[in-house]
Design a protein around this ligand. Structure first.
Ligand code: JFZ
Length: 556
């Protein structure tokens, strides 16, 4: 479990050079679905905004009528691209055609597009491509190659069309291939094409599309969602951040609120701190962060997204060096997220440790340490005791959100892996701050010093630790949960041993209580992994989790 699944081996794939350098990109989901914005026939439709046609089973002839009303007069390609640029993003990827089949570009293959079917009549893909080229961002497109709910032969629409009579190859031939050709020939160089939800596509068809892209533009990347293992890099599940370093080239596509396409009533915006944390967490595990905005039918990026991206940009201006072109952490376990460049470790201090930062296991000599937020980059005192390096810090925080400490070292990182250690009294303390998180929504909140936003039952946390004095231990979970959400069930697993537990009511999300959930026996000294995994939520979130403690009850 500590080993996250391996992806494609890193290869010397030169077309990826810019993408590995970029690390941070803007995703844009924009289309006719921005008009209903999550409401159909007066009813709020659950799920993602861009899925409304599917979720409400809207007939093609009804949904198509949205085109006649789509007139995003406030659309300003330069404004969108400037926002991305100022946020520190290096590429921009927009839905040139989503599952609803509506294209944002003029197309000879189908008139169901922004130029030919709307009063607006402009080509948003062209305007954005030009704006990106003006402002130095790589321009990229999303293209739904398998699902198309408008085309009679596309995948997904079974309420208008008879699945049995669909000829998927005809859809590829008559719409997808011509449109992909248009995208790759009419808009200058594309950074990448983001295919999605391969569904019923065959391996031959995935290969054919990938080859077509590379034939037309050898440097254009293809996302793994083209299907069947093709593509240049791997896209994780939506919002999915792995628990540990993943080798190979990968990205996490993610949302700022919960939807991709605009929904008028989705106000669940992530905080600036959370967004920066996710960016750093992803880079520290070897990936890219493709962060979405969902503009309105008027053509505006929602203000809450704008404000957050601007604040992220402020942080990036000071600390971008720790993100662009940076590689993953060399530490299996360290209290701080760490990103790297040759000769440099960047430690990300989301909370400010009093007086000092300790780096256990660092064998390199440290030539200099300083904070990126310090305009003078004054050298901080560094001391060493064996393989424990300590950097002295000012008492008060320098910088905000995440203060980046640069530790310059002599050559490639050489580290002894330190797992969490059993205390002298035999107890093992596993704090949330040190937990590895494999999650779509759960995050570590430095203010609460707890894992929170645990809304997804597949999200789990785990810790690696070392035990020198074996025995039987009481497992104590320090958690918070208001009564309305209590009673969710989860499993604490340690090797083969599993404890089933139920979330206790503690009064609020911020009142923490230590709850004993049973005992485990560690028969011998060694390294262990303990995980906490939800089984069933009783409300919106499982619980806020501050720590798990193993308290010795007897020695073996
Ligand atoms: C897809 C789309 O259906 C969705 O509308 C959006 O465009 C998103 C970026 O991609 O949804 C997915 C695709 C894959 C996973 C989850 C949602 N996945 O692998 O977990």
């Amino acid at each position: 479990m500590a080993q996250t699944e391996q992806s494609r081996e890193p290869e010397d794939n030169q077309r990826l050079d810019w993408w590995r350098e970029a690390r941070f990109g803007m995703f844009i989901h924009w289309g006719l679905y921005a008009l209903p914005a999550g409401v159909w026939d007066g009813e709020e439709i659950a799920g993602l905004g861009e899925w409304i046609m599917y979720r409400a089973r809207i007939p093609v002839r009804e949904y198509e009528k949205l085109a006649a009303q789509f007139n995003p007069v406030r659309f300003d390609a330069d404004a969108w691209v400037r926002l991305a640029r100022d946020a520190g993003m290096k590429y921009l990827c927009i839905t040139s055609k989503h599952h609803d089949g509506f294209a944002l570009f003029g197309s000879k293959a189908s008139s169901y597009n922004l130029v030919d079917a709307t009063p607006f009549g402009r080509d948003a893909i062209k305007e954005l491509a030009e704006a990106c080229h003006r402002h130095g961002l790589r321009f990229c497109v999303y293209y739904s190659h398998a699902q198309d709910w408008h085309h009679p032969d596309g995948a997904g629409n079974n309420w208008d069309y008879d699945e049995e009579r669909k000829d998927f190859a005809r859809y590829l031939r008559e719409l997808v291939i011509p449109q992909v050709r248009e995208l790759l020939t009419n808009y200058g160089p594309l950074g990448l094409i983001w295919f999605d939800t391969p569904r019923t596509i065959t391996p031959e068809q995935s290969k054919e599309l990938t080859d077509l892209v590379h034939e037309l533009q050898p440097n254009c990347l293809v996302s793994s969602r083209v299907g069947h293992g093709y593509g240049d890099y791997r896209s994780m599940g939506d919002n999915q951040i792995p628990g540990a370093v993943v080798t190979g080239d990968w990205e996490t596509p993610a949302t700022v609120n919960d939807t991709w396409g605009f929904k008028s009533y989705d106000h669940n915006w992530k905080s600036v701190d959370t967004i920066v944390y996710k960016l750093v967490d992803i880079v520290s595990k070897g990936g890219n962060y493709l962060l979405n905005v969902g503009p309105t039918a008027e053509g505006l990026i929602p203000e809450p997204s704008v404000e957050r991206l601007q604040a992220v940009g402020e942080w990036m201006k000071v600390n971008g060096e720790a993100v662009y072109g940076s590689g993953p952490t060399p530490f299996r376990r360290l209290r701080w997220r760490c990103t790297t460049k040759p000769g440099k470790l960047f430690l990300h201090l989301f909370d400010w440790p009093a007086g000092k930062v300790e780096i256990p296991g660092l064998l390199n000599s440290v030539t200099r340490a300083y904070l990126l937020a310090d305009p003078d980059r004054a050298a901080l005192p560094v001391t060493r005791e064996g393989d424990l390096v300590t950097v002295a810090l000012p008492q008060d925080r320098v910088g905000s959100v995440d203060s980046v400490l640069v530790v310059e070292i002599d050559g490639p990182p050489q580290v002894t892996q330190y797992l969490l250690q059993q205390a002298a009294d035999g107890s093992v303390e596993l704090p949330a701050a040190e937990a590895a998180l494999d999650a779509r929504f759960a995050v570590y909140d430095a203010g609460l010093a707890a894992v929170t936003h645990w809304t997804n039952p597949s999200d789990f946390v785990f810790w690696d630790f070392e035990v020198h004095t074996p025995g039987t231990f009481e497992v104590v979970v320090t958690q918070a949960c208001p009564a309305e959400n209590a009673g969710g069930r989860y499993t604490v697993a340690l090797g083969e041993q599993r404890l089933e537990a139920s979330v206790a009511a503690t009064g609020s999300w911020e009142d923490f209580e230590a709850v004993s959930v049973g005992t485990v026996t560690l028969g011998a000294a060694g390294n262990f992994v303990l995980s906490v995994k939800p089984e069933a939520l009783a409300g919106q979130m499982l619980m806020n989790l501050k720590s798990v403690t193993l308290r010795p009850v007897s020695r073996s």
